[in-house]
Design a protein around this ligand. Sequence first.
Ligand SMILES: Cc1cc2nc3c(=O)[nH]c(=O)nc-3n(C[C@H](O)[C@H](O)[C@H](O)COP(=O)(O)OP(=O)(O)OC[C@H]3O[C@@H](n4cnc5c(N)ncnc54)[C@H](O)[C@@H]3O)c2cc1C
Length: 473
Amino acid sequence: MGLKTPAEYIESLRDGRITYWDGERIDDITKHPRFKVPIAMTAKDYEYDSPEYGESRRYKTEDGGYGHRIFQVPRSEKDLADRVEMMGHSAISTLTTGVFMALMSVKDQVAEVNPQYAENIERMYRYCRDHDLRAAEVITDPKGDRKRRAHEQDDPDLYLRIVARNKEGIVVRGAKLHITAASLVHELVVMPTKGMRQDETDYAVSFSIPVNTKGVKIINRSFAPAELNSFDYPASSHHSMPEGFVVFDDVFVPWDRVFLAGEVQLASRLAQSLGLWERTGGVVEAARISELFVGLAQLVTEMQGKDGDPVAQNSIAELITYAEMIRMGLEYACTHYEKTPSGMVFPNTLAINAAKYYYAANFHQTVRYLHDLGGGLVLTLPLEADLRNEESGKYIRKYLHTKPGVDVETRMRVYNMIRDLTADAYGGWQFVVALQAGGGLPAQRLMMNRTYNMKRAKERALAAAGALPAKGH
Ligand SMILES: Cc1cc2nc3c(=O)[nH]c(=O)nc-3n(C[C@H](O)[C@H](O)[C@H](O)COP(=O)(O)OP(=O)(O)OC[C@H]3O[C@@H](n4cnc5c(N)ncnc54)[C@H](O)[C@@H]3O)c2cc1C
């Protein structure tokens, strides 16, 4: 019980979990080079004595102990602001633990259908908080033929389903894909990928189980090679997190860990509850990256003597617009927050969905400005090893000189950051993450259509068209 140290977190991963990477079954992920960076990133968030971030990471629970702030149920604007601040410096493997906020936000609605499930949510939340555990958001099914419903697929397991029930619990079979940090956490929190109909009761299932549960197997994939140096790869050398292809091979789940088992009316509630918190995380990351884009664009422009050039200034203004729209969207969402009936505060749904949509829909065009300003060196810059080699290094220093006051090594670092962040393996990952993580563009469009004040807009349109008496502004 209580907060863990980084060393205790690392030790806790040696629990017999079954993971694969590069065709190899890995028995102890703490010793495998592929997991070095992701484990270090996750362990860092257990540094509660950090002078810089320690306070931001923890909060006092209602029981008088301490918990990681990811478990704090926000009750005020300040709580929400503290949460967003913590999210800005935390690993994604910590942020996915926010899946418990989604569960807590629908707990009251779950209680109306089955109070036992709601009790299970509360107990699992407290158990994970009090043992300082991390959880993955395990939602996306393989889905097979997208035109067919879950129960109409060629293989009935293409959506995770209940295959048996008994007095002790349920047995589930299926897979969940793209699961961020699945191998790095303690609990897999499973929810339906979408709403289910009356004839799909076996697919309306939600629960939480430890990663090392019998029958769970995780096949990992990441953009990052095992070893990277921080000169050539300033972003991805310390920032990579595998996604897991998670198989549930007839896995037993005891009833006290079940949040839903057949009550189809709750499936879409659970599925949608997560979207908001996932997208909030996406917008926090977008705010960070888009500010980096502006800084990098300004630096390459100045370093190459293009400052003052109207084309460069236009491009930078586009990047600033992008960064500011995202930052303002996030701020607005937190200051115009909403509240559940039980007093839990959450970011404004419309604003978060609009900000996430704006970030995702414009990411590709926006990165274009950075690539345009940077030129070909974004891709062709020699590696650090060639800079350090005396023979080749002298040519690199000579021909990468631009003007007095610009250090060649600093110029190379700036270029490496642009490439790593937007044009290499990590960069390619970012392009798809912006679009798909937290649900594709249609998911945000759906939520915006649902939450926009359409009644007021229609009234105003009718009044403007002279079909209703005008009500003023
Ligand atoms: C890096 C990364 C990390 C992720 N992390 C997680 C995670 O931690 N947990 C998790 O649960 N998921 C995670 N996801 C999954 C993500 O939520 C999904 O990728 C996303 O919801 C899209 O689903 P899909 O990949 O199955 O693609 P599809 O469902 O194939 O969707 C692709 C496009 O097709 C459209 N489409 C779908 N069905 C139809 C249809 N019937 N007719 C017409 N068009 C259709 C969609 O709207 C979308 O535009 C992650 C994804 C990525 C890329």
